[in-house]
Design a protein around this ligand. Sequence first.
Ligand code: PHE
Length: 435
Amino acid sequence: MAAAGSAVGLGNIWGFPTQTASNGGAAFLIAYLVLAFCLAYPALMAELTIGRHGQANAVSSLRKISNTPLQKRFAFVVGFGGIICAGLILSFYAIVAGWMISATVEPIATLAGSDTASTWLSEQSLSRNMIFTAGFIILTVAIISRGVEHGIEKWSKRLMPALLSILFALIVYVMMQEGAMTGLKAYLVPDFKSILDPELLVSALGQAFFSLSLGTSVMIIYGSYISKKENLVSLGAYVTLIDVFIAFVAGLLIIPAMYVAQAQGVEIFSATGELLSEDTLVFQVLPALFDGMGTIGLFVGFAFFALMSIAALTSSISMLEAPVSYAVERFTMSRVAATWLIGVVIALVSFTILLNFGSLFGLVIALTTKFGQPILGLMCCLFVGWIWYRNSLLNEIKQGCPEVATSLFWKIWPWYIKFICPIAIGLVFVSSIVG
Ligand code: PHE
């Protein structure tokens, strides 16, 4: 459940619907589903298995399966690269999570009758963004400095059903509004011509890896916390299913809600049909929906954004755990000192992004999620496929799943991550460069 908590986050409710809306709707959905199950799930299995075998941070776990000095150096590059990637992701993630928290507080200000506060909370400004980004990072640091074991699982367990219930209730409401059916069609009826568009494929691949927290060493670390009694094969499958399902359901709410908002006069698309403000789409569309509900909308808005903030937190703690677990194990630093130190560095990067929002925000997202994550995830597949001895790999997976040697999974997965995943991920990149 903690791994699912890491996977389910802003990637599902902010990233996925925004990407779907700006990449042609249903065509993106199909590419995403195929890539999530066919490339991201096998890569997730590779990372979880490396971690459970290594019982340590990403660099040490990858080193443990390396056999030569060159491979050990490669292990450092991949593990440390993932840690940097996780830190950079956290620096933009905290900004978006800050928007979620301010959207949670805004209905309270409105209920209290403070117009100035509610306007400040709902409009983009440097002061608001700085305060809420810092607040979110402090929350993450406070949790991680106490050690991850405590509480994450409990939160994640309660979070998923609560999140799904509110999403379903909102979907029923949205479907009754004018414009929703146009949105539903855009989400579910694909234009097959654009499915193989290289740009769309790179975005869908990046989104799938982002949503499953891959290529950041996070799933290696979480793998190291999984007991040897657990069945890794089904555990990985559950995490993927929960994550993809929540993203799909979020799309079912947000894409129709865009069209409902448009029917109510909110400007969503430009004259040429492009999205006007991608990053803040969710923060325009959903409040417009809640406003239409009257006073009850204030409570619904509060509940929705509060749940989103918790979902963001169960993901951000996994990101911060990546550099912290490395620093604690490698430099024998105290957990509290390491967490605060790294937290300050990440906050400084976040502030730099906020101060240069136009040029840095999109750039950091593209660098980490479109390129960093799939490429580092691919390297983990290479590790398991080409470097790790087959018998040792099988012995690891057998623990908690003794029948795996004769299963379909074991017949397909080892050669799949050896050949298919690297070639497919490579092809997506080559086609996007050539395209
Ligand atoms: N998977 C998380 C989400 O969907 C984001 C994340 C990325 C978490 C990388 C950890 C590492 O929001």
